[in-house]
Each structure stands twice: as structure tokens, then as C-alpha cells.
Design a protein around this ligand. Structure first.
Ligand code: CA
Ligand code: CA
Length: 149
């Protein structure tokens, strides 16, 4: 699990720079066998409205703007993801950003890992907490990374 300190650190850096920092500055640990993340098809990166039994969205690649994405329930994805799962078939880490256009890396999920009931301050899209904040997602190869879920 990652710490709040890590989050604030990358949260304040613009998106593309944040990914570079993420890759360059954080300890890379040896890549293990790819293991599927729970409840997410192999090769995909998934998000849920609340928990695994709620609205779901699956991304095969990154997406630079969630404002035009909907869960399978029809609800808009932007600022509304509370659970995430990484089921990459390779070594891709899912990096979730607080703004569209990959601005502000907010948290990340290692290959085969997931995070549920993400920390939430109760207000979507206000830049506090992890839940109900993600607005874009980028895949970064070379995982797992220390400091990611
Ligand atoms: Ca989109
Ligand atoms: Ca919030």
C-alpha cells in the first residue's frame, strides 16, 4: 500500500512529468509473473463505481479523459471510481490521474494488484482522497513499482 506522503508528492506534479518521476525516482522491484487482478479480464485495467458488485468500466489502453466514459450502468466514470484492479498480461502499471489529459498522477496500481474502498473525503473531484477523483489513466510499463497498490 502506498503512503499519503507519496501521494502528495506526485499529486502536485503535472501528469507527464509525474510519470517520469514515478519511473525514475521510485525503486523498481524485480518483475514477477503477471497475475490477473480480481474481477478484471486479462489485459484490462478496471474501475468500479463503488465495489466489485457495482458499475464497472474496463480499459485495454490508457484513456486521457473519463468525462465521455460510462460504467456498464450508464453512470459517468469521471470523478467516480472507488475501486480499481490491474489485470495486465504484461508489466503495465495503471497510473490514475486527478485531471483529464494525464494531469496530476494521483495513485497507481501494480500488475495483478487492486485497491478497494479507496480513501474518500466524501466530496468527488476536490483533489482530496483517492476515491471519486480519477479523471484519466495511463499505462506505464516496467512494473511493479514500489509505492503503488
Ligand atoms: Ca475517455
Ligand atoms: Ca474527494
Amino acid at each position: 500500500m502506498k503512503t499519503g506522503h507519496f501521494t502528495r508528492k506526485i499529486g502536485s506534479i503535472p501528469g507527464s512529468a509525474a510519470v517520469a518521476v514515478l519511473v525514475a525516482a521510485f525503486l523498481l522491484v524485480p518483475t514477477g509473473q503477471a497475475v490477473a487482478g480480481p474481477n478484471c479480464a486479462t489485459g484490462y485495467h478496471c474501475g468500479w463505481d463503488i465495489g466489485f458488485d457495482t458499475g464497472k468500466v474496463s480499459f485495454f489502453n490508457g484513456d486521457d479523459d473519463f468525462r465521455d466514459n460510462r460504467f456498464n450502468t450508464g453512470v459517468i466514470v469521471d470523478n467516480n471510481i472507488k475501486t480499481v484492479s490491474n489485470s495486465t498480461s504484461s508489466d503495465y502499471v495503471s497510473v490514475w490521474f486527478i485531471e483529464p489529459g494525464f494531469e496530476g498522477a494521483w495513485f497507481c496500481v501494480n500488475p495483478g494488484s487492486w485497491a478497494g474502498n479507496l480513501p474518500d473525503d466524501g466530496t468527488p473531484g476536490n483533489g482530496r482522497g483517492f476515491a471519486n477523483e480519477a479523471s484519466s489513466m495511463m499505462l506505464v510499463s516496467g512494473g511493479p513499482f514500489s509505492g503503488c497498490y
